[in-house]
Ligand binder design. Structure first.
Ligand SMILES: Cc1ncc(COP(=O)(O)O)c(C=O)c1O
Length: 401
């Protein structure tokens, strides 16, 4: 959780600016706020980190991905291809806008694969909700190609990958729109917060209106005259934006340290038989928030986690622990216990989630053990951790007969 590790004077200064004015609302009240516009500044910083033409801060990453999809043209009854390995928010967001999640296979990138998407396309497929998992990035060349072949709307949930890029371009900018989370666990936190980015002015304007009951925000203030669409309240408060601003400024620094720490871990762990790592399609663009270690098979991964637990080493396997990031833990989804009831009861479901088989995703997630990288680690701590992990893997590896 690197962002919160560095919470300090900079965050307090930005919060205090807001407290001085008492203006916690992000729009209007120009006189009282005395030039303090934290949401606007936060958005400018998100644009700086990502290179996006437009960025808009909202209440959380779940809202950001829902709005990004809706503003990109996905809606009721549309099939949207999603990964079975993501935080459930990505799938909930599809359901929330009345669309239907269709699961496809991931691969060793931990993200949807182009081949997986191709196999899941039907005549009703409208879009792809591509999730950049665990700080890394998907195979963008392959995925852009399949999106083009089938004329699909690509939207990127980069909730876990703020600061990551592919061939020099920020994640979130390959499709029509992208989203980030700034919740407590991310590389930069606002406490609670999210943002969507896009290079498309029309999508930006629509998403902006969706985030605030359809109000347009001409001049970045809240116009009460024109309401192009119905929306909802996904506004961010000035206090959250103030924290997000200070934290976002720290992202290049955090990323640099994280990359160094991750490399040190990998250098040591690579010497142990049986350990490999998830595939980074552009290693230079890794946000390096996670070390994603792959074991030869699920059973070895399970035994490794047991060994690590015994030795008090952190790290988790998403399949065998209740991390809530893999489809095998989503019983509510299998029963379609949704708020709107729209897709299941009204539109019908193209996939039976109870009988759905995704062997490749199961294999990948079963073999995966992830560790959050800390930017405050000392060199000694990193070496100790790596050696403890290596010891656990050695103890868990099957004995040759
Ligand atoms: C991939 C992904 N998408 C969306 C979200 C939701 O973000 P938030 O917690 O800000 O709503 C998360 C949160 O962990 C996430 O990991």
């Amino acid at each position: 959780m690197p962002g919160t590790e560095l919470f300090g004077a900079e965050e307090r200064k930005e919060i205090n600016d807001v407290l001085e004015t008492g203006m916690l609302f992000r729009y209007n009240h120009d006189q009282q706020r005395n030039g303090v516009w934290k949401a606007r500044e936060f958005e400018a910083e998100v644009r700086k980190v990502t290179g996006a033409k437009y960025a808009h801060a909202v209440s959380n990453g779940s809202a950001a991905i829902a709005i990004a999809m809706a503003a990109s043209g996905i809606g009721a009854g549309d099939e949207v291809i999603v990964p079975p390995f993501t935080f459930i928010a990505s799938v909930e967001a599809v359901l929330f806008i009345g669309a239907i999640p269709v699961f496809a296979e991931i691969d060793e990138t931990l993200c949807l694969s182009a081949e997986g998407i191709r196999k899941a396309v039907t005549p009703k497929t409208k879009g792809i909700c591509l999730v950049h998992m665990c700080g890394g990035m998907a195979d963008m060349d392959g995925i852009m190609q399949v999106a083009k072949e089938h004329n699909l709307i690509l939207v990127e949930d980069a909730g876990q990958a703020f600061g990551a890029s592919y061939k020099g371009k920020s994640v979130g900018l390959f499709g029509k729109a992208g989203s980030f989370s700034f919740d407590f666990f991310k590389i930069a936190t606002a406490g609670e917060g999210g943002a969507f980015i896009t290079d498309d002015e029309e999508i930006y304007k629509l998403a902006d209106a969706y985030s605030d009951h359809g109000h347009n925000h001409v001049g970045n203030n809240r116009g009460m005259e024109q309401h192009p669409v119905l929306g909802f309240n996904y506004r961010i408060s000035e206090l959250h934006a103030a924290v997000g601003l200070a934290q976002t400024r720290k992202v290049p620094h955090i990323r640099e340290i994280n990359r160094k720490h991750k490399k040190m871990l990998i250098d040591i762990l690579s010497q142990t038989e049986g350990i490999s790592f998830s595939k980074l399609t552009d290693p230079a663009g890794d946000s390096a928030t996670f070390l994603n270690m792959m074991l030869p098979d699920t059973e070895t991964a399970k035994r490794t986690v047991d060994e690590m637990n015994k030795a008090g080493v952190g790290g988790f396997n998403y399949w065998n622990t209740n991390m809530y990031h893999f489809i095998n833990q989503w019983d509510h989804l299998k029963k379609m216990q949704t708020a709107s009831k729209l897709p299941a009861q009204v539109l019908g479901m193209p996939q039976d989630y109870n009988t759905l088989e995704l062997p490749k995703s199961q294999e990948v997630v079963g073999r995966l053990i992830s560790f959050g990288i800390r930017c405050t680690w000392t060199e000694e701590e990193i070496k100790t951790l790596a050696n403890n992990i290596a010891k656990a893997v050695k103890a868990a590896m099957p004995v040759a007969v």
